[in-house]
Design a protein around this ligand. Structure first.
Ligand SMILES: Nc1ncnc2c1ncn2[C@@H]1O[C@H](COP(=O)(O)OP(=O)(O)OP(=O)(O)O)[C@@H](O)[C@H]1O
Ligand SMILES: [Mg+2]
Length: 307
């Protein structure tokens, strides 16, 4: 379990994070989402102590990270930084298994493991193992960094905008890989993104951060149905260009026709997120006809839309 207790961060007199209280449970895929400069990376890096808070403390399993042996702390978690962090003088294979080398795993076994992990992130092991990072594109380097974070099968993985450099198809594949591995390994993942749609797709729970304050923490359903304030609602709406049209939604199997009666009329998909009743059912009128969809189905539909 990861706990932030009254965590704050200031650089000189500039406050970056303020009064952060947050608990992330074991086995959770927790997504931290917020605009650029809101403090996501700073908050994430407090877990592996790349950043030390200027107020409060971060605890893992009840122990302050500050009091833990730094090497041990970092060896027990995977970390995919926001910007490429591969060692330029090491091959791709050696980059992937650097933690295993420290743990004393033999070279042959390391190569096998590296090859397997590279395959998993969509890079052919045989082809990439002996290349240097400088011979890879940005997105390929990012995938090597993901493979490296998975190499030691850590129970905790920190990922900072890990899929942002990938094209939509690859991004989707990596999201699915992450979800599958997470299900299989029951590990804890803290995933940072500025993309609300990605947050909705991945998160068991989502924390929305703005200007160094956590505005809301909740399940995707809670955040969509009961945005804590205007910013959260608006931030979700900013994903609207990718929410698709009413015509597309109505063509999906999730929607059924009902009597029009006196249903609230809507013009756009994002208006639906305010309408669920207590049973999670959304009933609405569009161009004179009545429809219904469950909030869960709407969420699933939105999550499955292509970028
Ligand atoms: N070493 C530093 N010294 C001074 N200010 C810093 C330092 N590191 C970060 N900041 C400031 O802290 C704020 C939060 O930065 P952070 O990197 O955590 O944001 P972020 O949410 O990860 O943004 P992005 O989505 O662009 O990666 C920013 O305003 C940034 O300029
Ligand atoms: Mg960042």
């Amino acid at each position: 379990m990861i706990e932030y207790r009254n965590v704050g961060m200031a650089y000189e007199d500039k406050v970056i994070l303020d009064g952060i209280n947050l608990t992330i449970a074991d086995g959770e895929l927790f997504v931290l989402v917020g605009p650029s400069g809101s403090g996501k990376t700073t908050l994430l890096r407090m877990i592996n102590r790349l950043t030390e808070p200027t107020a409060g403390d971060v605890y893992i399993d009840g122990r302050r990270v500050k009091d833990q042996d730094l090497r041990h702390l970092r060896l027990n978690m995977g970390y995919v930084p926001q910007t490429s962090s591969l060692f330029p003088n090491l091959t791709v294979g050696d980059n992937v298994t650097i933690q295993l080398e420290e743990a004393g795993v033999k070279r042959r076994e390391r190569r096998e493991r590296a090859s397997f992990l590279l395959d998993q992130v969509g890079l052919k092991g045989d082809e990439y193992l002996d290349r240097r990072p400088s011979e890879l594109s940005g997105g390929q380097q990012q995938r090597v960094a993901i493979a490296r974070a998975l190499a030691a099968q850590p129970k905790l993985i920190l990922m900072d905008e890990s899929f942002s450099a990938l094209d939509p198809v690859l991004r989707r594949q990596q999201q699915e890989l992450l979800l599958a591995l997470h299900q299989q390994n029951q590990d804890t993942v803290v995933f940072v993104t500025h993309d609300m749609q990605e947050a909705l797709r991945l998160g068991d729970r989502i924390g929305v951060i703005k200007d160094g304050c956590l505005l809301q923490v909740g399940s995707p359903e809670e955040i969509i149905q009961h945005p804590a304030n205007f910013f959260v609602a608006d931030f979700f709406k900013s994903a609207r260009p990718r929410l698709g049209t009413m015509a597309q939604l109505l063509a999906s199997a999730a929607v059924s026709r009902i009597q029009a009666g006196s249903l609230p009329a809507v013009a756009k998909v994002d208006e639906l997120v305010r309408l669920p009743d207590e049973a999670g059912l959304i009933k609405f009128a569009y161009q004179g006809a009545g429809y219904q969809i469950t909030a869960t189905d709407l969420l699933r539909y939105l999550g499955e839309l292509e970028d």
